[in-house]
Design a binder for this molecule. Structure first.
Ligand code: FAD
Length: 465
């Protein structure tokens, strides 16, 4: 017997670790609800996880097997299940965060003590950390160089799902509910995280929207992006299967622009891998700045301003729309993530870690590497980060990316009757005008021009200038 320990690879298809395990089958499929991992989780993510587990279990059950879902420390549970199943080997797919690696080292040591072999396989990304490197150093810090190599490197084909004959006949206990695991119901409606939903989204996106991606991806009112992030987070779609679908779309492309648009989408998939590499070699950047400054950054960290940001009550319409989308859907459009993160760090002069903690609690697609990468980019502390003197103007960004105010009105109902011009000049309206247009919506809590200057001085002091 071989145990395949599922973690963030909640699918039977295009799963390299599982395919590797069945080579020497029969396979006992396992998932561990580890309290140390759950300590870092949030209601929305656990809700997504439980749905994906339920879906995966159904797939195994239809084939006369089962997914064993067991509560307990992984370093105790995995060896126990290996012993009960008389397994000679345990296989899993690599996870690149520091916490996961620490857990895996403990599991590996416990299995080795019991004389059980273990093997980890690279599955979640195309090119594993350490395989795309500059002349010096373990990983690239500039994305455009990484991208050129990633783009030109040959990609593996998707792997098949296992046959029923390769699966062990086992039977698991019921999967605990959200409440049994000690979590409240999520504030947002969680997305559907199953392999069928993931495949449907890939098929729909690659049938048309992928050709407009380059043009539409920055406009939050349009559904121009794939919304595959919760699937990539939980592994309900495999990276090879997704990439192969994009390559087929490229072959069907009618024009050079269509082909370029597919490339633009693949480029975003490469960002995900870039950040996985950065995290693997710098696990401390979950809490520490990637780029050190000469002096500490003297963040202002005003609690009332942070609360206004979280609630979507800053008086900057596009920022508030994004923050409310996050609470309602557990997802936010990328352009708006960049903008709200810039607003928190540069306008509210608040440490990026406070924003990261909020995103981690609220995002269904929270992925340590991408989330830390995005926050450190916006906070001008990361790899290939936004230069500290280039501060987004929330008014200009609103005008450019939501010109009709459609996205803003959807999430900020107080502005439902305001014209686009009123929305985008909200910061300039006199109090009486604001009172007339949208009496329930707050005035800007800070002055952008003033805070921009203060942010630049803050970073100059940190740089020792
Ligand atoms: P699409 O545009 O359709 O892109 C397809 C996939 O490519 C995404 O699902 C994602 O896996 C990857 N991708 C796209 N853009 C990026 C990017 N800039 N960095 C890394 N990968 C990317 N993404 C997460 O998956 N989880 C996070 O926790 C997360 N936190 C972020 C925090 C901040 C402050 C910022 C600025 C960005 C963050 N991102 C995060 C990146 C990006 O915003 C999301 O991946 C994207 O909005 C997801 O929507 P989509 O699937 O429709 O994206």
């Amino acid at each position: 017997m071989i145990v395949h320990w599922h973690r963030r690879d909640l699918r039977p298809n295009d799963n390299r670790g599982l395919a590797h395990a069945v080579d020497d089958g029969p396979v006992v499929p396992l998932f561990v609800l580890d309290p140390t991992v759950l300590e870092h989780a949030s209601p929305i993510r656990v809700a997504c996880l439980l749905e994906a587990l339920d879906d995966l279990r159904a797939w195994y059950r239809e084939r006369g097997s089962d997914l064993l879902v067991v509560r307990g420390e992984a370093s105790a549970v995995v060896p126990e299940i290996a012993a009960e199943s008389d397994a000679t080997r345990v296989v899993w797919n690599e996870d690149y965060s520091g916490l996961a690696q620490e857990r895996d080292r403990a599991v590996r040591a416990a299995l080795e003590d019991d004389g059980v072999a273990c093997e980890s396989v690279h599955d979640a990304i195309h090119h594993e950390p350490g395989s795309i490197t500059p002349n010096q150093g373990a990983h690239y810090s500039v994305f455009s160089y990484f991208w050129k190599k990633w783009r030109d490197r040959e990609k593996r084909d998707p792997v098949d799902e296992p046959d029923a004959a390769d699966l062990a006949t086992v039977s698991g206990e019921p999967i605990p509910s959200l409440a049994e695991l000690g979590f409240d119901e999520p504030e947002a409606t969680p997305p559907t995280v199953t392999t069928a939903a993931a495949r449907e989204r890939v098929a729909d996106f690659c049938a048309g929207p992928i050709y407009d991606y380059a043009e539409r991806r920055d406009y939050p009112a349009e559904s121009g992006t794939s919304r595959l992030s919760p699937h990539l987070k939980w592994g309900t779609i495999g990276p090879r299967e997704l990439y192969a679908a994009t390559e087929r779309a490229a072959q069907r492309a009618q024009t050079d622009d269509d082909r370029e648009s597919v490339r633009a989408f693949q480029r975003q998939l490469a960002w995900r891998e870039f950040y996985a590499h950065v995290l693997e070699f710098n696990p401390e950047t979950v809490t520490e700045n990637f780029s050190g400054y000469e002096n500490e950054i003297e963040w202002r960290n005003d609690p009332a301003e942070l609360e206004a940001w979280k609630a979507g009550e800053t008086g900057y319409p596009i920022v508030d729309a994004g923050m409310r989308q996050l609470r309602a859907e557990g997802w936010m459009h990328n352009r708006v993530r960049m903008l709200v993160a810039s607003f928190l760090t540069k306008d509210l002069l608040t440490d990026w870690r406070a924003g990261y903690d909020w995103f981690r609690a609220k995002l269904a697609d929270h992925d340590t590497a991408n989330d830390v990468g995005g926050w450190q980019w916006a906070g001008s502390t990361g790899t290939d980060a936004q230069p500290y003197f280039r501060v987004f103007s929330p008014m200009k960004q609103g005008r450019e990316y939501d010109p009709d105010g459609e996205y803003i009105r959807e999430y900020v109902p107080e502005l439902a009757d305001a014209t686009a011009a009123e929305i985008h000049s909200w910061h300039e309206l006199a109090p009486a005008e604001r009172e007339q247009v949208a009496p329930e919506y707050p005035a800007p809590i800070v002055d952008h021009a003033d805070r921009r200057e203060r942010a630049i001085s803050l970073f100059e002091r940190a740089r020792g200038e």
